[in-house]
Design a binder for this molecule. Structure first.
Ligand code: ZN
Ligand code: MN
Length: 476
């Protein structure tokens, strides 16, 4: 029998605010020593009171809107009670029965050529807990992460393969960075993911008992762990055994899933409204103010790039991978004034490589969109040839000088003087009689090699089309 996988993901997203959710401690402690960003509020000392950080609400609302979720005008904070050493208050401040947003979806363009719509059940804000680690038999606790703002987002059981789950995280990460609400760096735990996995006969609609996979810290790990769990469940069911609702932990180093403690049920948390915090009201005026900053979303912009500029889907996807890159492209097209596909080619081949190699974001390049457009125009006008144009990209980036100024200062202008080119062509033919004879005997592919020799002698400045024409004439 053929089985299909049924997967839902629960993600925790660290918002990139300056301060924590209920106090003024610094939120990002990645480079700081343990317990250096803590205070009575985030360590739960008696008598301290939480005060909600407005920016947390604003970023969460922006994300909710981008997920097409329904933002609730009234939501509440609740205490989720459990005992663990990294939770000094003995409870986590979270949201429960009335979260900030419900419903919504994220569309995933799947590389195999279809779109998967993943429904979002709910989205709420909460505080993070601390971190424990074992050090030579001693348990150590770092409270820096206590009170770091999180958005928890739960999807419906809509994903059908390990690859689709990976695509969800790839598109979610793109969206978070696009909106500027999270750095979404999985290695720094800005984006964490638990996966609920079950299988069922292909085409069935029922839901079978599921297992929950925890502790997966990269997109590759999510893909691998889910694929292994689907395999295991398929083996079990094929052998006539039932799937039990285990919680599994992914062991990154060994590449295996291990059974964890059995999970608390919801009732174990004894949720109740937090009496220290007011109900969260997002009235219409505030919501409108926040949503005024909602940008055109990545997939919308991709579709527009295809329609407006006639780009292939492949180009449009790469150019909208990052918001600043897509802004750069549009500015360059505007400055150049025509042929968006030509701008796209230069960007995908050369500019993106420069961005990666030099580790400079698009908006920080000295090679501005206007300079890129100017280089293209210099090539179009025949002032420089294409290879000089490509070399010029780096020269502009390194110096920040105007392209035309560099062309003049370094004498890079293309030689289109037929007389000068003819002289060099004749020289090359005289110096290579064997190749010339081979060409005349029918090995016409040698023409490219001759053009190369001429370019070399003229230090790359010859007009290659003209050189080719002259060579063909002389070799007749
Ligand atoms: Zn604090
Ligand atoms: Mn949570």
């Amino acid at each position: 029998m053929e089985y299909e996988a049924v997967i839902g993901l629960e993600t925790h997203i660290q918002l990139n605010t300056l301060t924590k959710i209920f106090c003024s401690c610094k939120a990002d402690s990645w480079f700081d020593p343990p317990n250096s960003n803590i205070c009575p509020v985030c360590t739960g000392l008696p008598g301290s009171l939480p005060v909600l950080n407005e920016t947390v609400v604003e970023k969460a609302v922006l994300l909710a809107a981008a997920m097409h979720a329904e933002i609730q005008p009234l939501s509440f904070f609740a205490r989720k009670n459990y005992f663990y050493p990294d939770l000094p208050k003995g409870y986590q401040i979270s949201q429960y029965d009335q979260p900030l947003a419900v419903g919504g979806y994220l569309d995933l363009p799947i590389p195999q050529g279809y779109t998967r719509r993943v429904s979002i059940w709910k989205l709420h804000i909460e505080e993070d807990a601390g971190k424990t680690k074992n050090d030579a038999g001693r348990r150590q606790i770092d409270f820096n992460r206590c009170g770091v703002p999180l958005v928890e987002m739960v999807t419906g059981p809509d994903l059908r393969s390990a690859d689709e789950a990976a695509q969800y995280l790839i598109r979610l990460r793109q969206l978070l960075r696009w909106l500027g609400v999270s750095e979404a760096d999985m290695e720094k735990a800005h984006l964490r993911c638990d996966a609920n996995v079950s299988i069922r006969p292909q085409g069935a609609t029922l839901l079978n008992p599921k297992t929950e996979i925890k502790n997966v810290n990269s997109i590759d790990a999510v893909r691998e762990a889910i694929a292994k769990e689907i395999e295991r469940q398929t083996r079990e069911v094929t052998a006539g055994r039932l799937i039990q609702a285990w919680t599994l932990e992914w062991d990154e180093d060994a590449g295996v899933l291990r059974k964890m403690r059995s999970k608390e049920t919801e009732a174990d948390y004894r949720y109740f409204r937090d009496p220290d915090l007011l109900p969260l009201r997002v009235d219409e005026a505030w919501r409108k103010r926040i949503l005024a900053d909602l940008p055109e979303l990545p997939l919308e912009r991709k579709a527009r790039f295809e329609a407006q500029y006639g780009l292939p889907a492949y180009d449009a996807d790469i150019l909208t991978a990052e918001r600043r890159l897509s802004d750069y492209f549009e500015a360059a097209v505007k400055a150049y004034g025509s042929d968006p596909k030509r701008v796209s080619n230069w960007m995908m081949n050369d500019v993106t490589r420069m961005i990666n190699e030099r580790n400079t974001p698009p908006d920080r390049l000295k090679l501005t969109p206007a300079y890129l457009a100017e280089i293209l125009r210099l090539v179009d006008a025949g002032t420089i040839n294409i290879s000089t144009g490509k070399a010029l990209l780096l020269k502009v980036e390194e110096s920040g000088r105007l392209p035309a100024e560099i062309v003049q200062a370094e004498g890079l202008a293309q030689v289109s003087d037929t007389g000068a080119i003819r002289e060099v062509c004749a020289e090359v033919l005289a110096e290579n009689p064997k190749e010339a004879a081979a060409y005349k005997a029918g090995k016409v592919t040698l023409i490219g090699w001759f053009v190369g020799q001429v370019m070399k002698k003229m230090r790359g400045k010859a007009d290659p089309a003209l050189a080719r024409q002259v060579l063909e004439e002389l070799l007749k």
